[in-house]
Design a protein around this ligand. Sequence first.
Ligand code: G7M
Length: 342
Amino acid sequence: MADQMAEPAKRPHEETENKSIPEPANDHASKKAKLDHVEGTNGTTDDTDVIKSFGGFQVTKVLNEDSQRKSIFLLGRFGDSKKDAVVMLEKTPFSEDVAKDMLTKTSILKNVMHNDIYGTYQLFPKQELNALKTTLIYPATEKHIAKYSCTQAFLITETADDYTDITLPYLESERFSLDWVYNILDKKSEVERIIYEDPDAEQGFMVMPDMKWNEKLTEDLYVMGLVRKRGIRTLRDLTAVHLPMLKNMLVKGKAAIWERYQVPGNKLRIYVHYMPSYYHFHVHFTHINYNAPGSGTERAHMLTDVINNLEIDSSYYRRSTLSFVVRENDKLCARFQEAGQI
Ligand code: G7M
């Protein structure tokens, strides 16, 4: 894709919003190929395989549930496996097309109550219209289980010294594996999902749908920009040296999203997490109408603000006090507790 991608100045939002996104022709084929591969086996699950079913799966604990987001996070095990799995089930938003298809005689309709002009029903749409977004982390580490569990949250106000004395030693010793990031950058995984790539070693990055997004509707668009350069762990590592890279991501990331999904830049919330979960620098692009998890003020730093702050002061993020939330069972929380900060 070209560097020249430009976003047209104006586009009526009716044309772009809440539309179903047609699946790319080769997408089905590649996903199907992976599933067929597993279906051809005896059904056992290798750590890195695409699984074929949840047959024999034992749920051991409900880690979290959210009736507003209509999601539930479960801990469990496959058969007699000794390894934990985290499964996230989530009902997804409706698209106009899907809703229309549901209101046909292919759906089973059961009346629950009827009174005068009022009626409530249960509608059982045909299988294809009724998919649940399902995310599986297998094998899941203790850190994953902690991340997805419902626990007490505490707001940390981290000074530059706290960062050096408490946070930095933690993130040098305890971190999620970045294998999935390197798999993307080395084109070993999710190759068919790449939306855009800039191969430059210093300023380059890749753009792809975030794991949280099923790419069905632009209403809950969630795209990720992953820098090529390694070693930038968090906002704290950024200086003015990184400005060309950050500006590059801002401009080309927006253009790539426009080109692929026809969502204009002024409909995007573009931000960086502090604290992130994964210490390889990346940028979140979400639709402004979507209340994306992690887009609150205690975690999201707008990319334009980050650029502006670094333009004013190259050492801004080295010197600033930054706030973020830690969870009770997170080891970083324990470190701040030991330091008497919680
Ligand atoms: O800022 P933070 O570290 O929390 O964000 C990491 C983002 O990476 C989250 O929004 C995750 O949903 C996303 N993510 C995590 N994993 C393991 C993957 C993955 O394997 N593929 C993709 N596309 N996104 C991921």
